[in-house]
Design a protein around this ligand. Structure first.
Ligand code: B1M
Length: 213
């Protein structure tokens, strides 16, 4: 049953149909399917296919926009269940989270925030297209343990380095964790980030490691 449902989920993203994607997300919850599995095994293959089609000129910006909207609609249905699955009530650490300046991709960043929150982190989600100065100011204001930076464009990844450099320049005691589709281990080493994960589940493990947990 779930394989068939996962296929329909991917198709709803390809079709850019936010009503259907939301309905399928609800169907998954009603059927007892793990909400994260619905995202990674159901909706993500669809969004990746749209991305691939866009990259090779078989899809255009409207398709990208509609796929993003359909993905957001599905996550909005699944998010409360992901939050409710969190067992930890103790605050494990404070994370200031954002998509870097110049970049408006929000879905992966928001998913990382949801997973961190449901795992017991206090997350200050600053949204997308966030300037380095704003991030640093927020981290100082709340006494953040970690700054989490998402970047989806090869042209905006450099902003992750900008934040790390600024943290070092100011001698701030805050760790920086990075992620996003174009981010590689080589990039992470090059910019000397404290942590990196390629997905939202991994981001929780990395954040816990950074906190020494
Ligand atoms: Co854009 N886009 N997009 N897009 N878009 C990509 C990223 C692209 C790879 C598509 C492609 O060409 N194949 C390409 C980037 C190419 C590159 O730089 N190498 C691209 C482009 C080119 C663009 C525009 C420039 C298009 C244009 O205008 N000509 C433009 C840029 C706008 C801007 O930001 N300034 C643009 C716009 C958009 C939309 C607004 C239409 C829309 C976003 C809607 C939204 O977010 N509300 C959109 C979408 C939907 C995509 C794709 C199809 C899907 C992204 C997504 O949401 N994935 C994407 C192709 C792709 O990724 N396959 C593409 C689902 C999400 C759950 O995954 O964000 O990777 P992801 O997050 C994962 C991990 O990366 C990780 O965990 C998450 C969960 O597993 N992760 C972290 C993410 N952040 C993390 C942080 C961490 C740890 C892990 O620690 C802090």
């Amino acid at each position: 049953m779930s394989q068939e449902l996962f296929k329909e989920m991917a198709q709803s993203i390809l079709d850019g149909d936010d009503e259907v994607s939301a309905e399928l997300a609800q169907k998954a919850l009603d059927g007892g399917i793990d909400p994260l599995a619905a995202i990674t095994d159901g909706f993500m293959p669809g969004v990746n296919e749209v991305g691939d089609n866009f990259a090779c000129g078989d899809a255009f910006l409207p398709e990208l926009v509609m796929a993003g909207e359909a993905m957001k609609a599905a996550i909005a249905v699944l998010e409360p269940a992901m939050m409710a699955s969190g067992v930890s009530r103790q605050v494990l650490g404070k994370v200031v989270l954002a998509t870097v300046e110049g970049d408006i991709h929000e879905i992966g960043k928001t998913l990382v925030g949801t997973m961190l929150t449901s795992s017991g982190f206090k997350v200050y989600d600053m949204g997308v297209d966030v300037p380095t100065a704003d991030l640093i100011a927020k981290a100082e204001e709340v006494g953040a343990d970690i700054i989490g930076l998402s970047a989806l464009l090869t042209t905006t990844m450099i902003k992750q380095k900008e934040v790390i450099d600024e943290v070092a320049k100011r001698g701030l005691k805050v760790m920086v964790m990075v992620g996003g589709a174009p981010v590689t281990k080589e990039w992470v080493q090059r910019i000397e980030a404290d942590g990196y994960s390629e997905d939202a589940i991994g981001a929780v493990s990395v954040a816990k490691e950074l906190m020494g947990l």
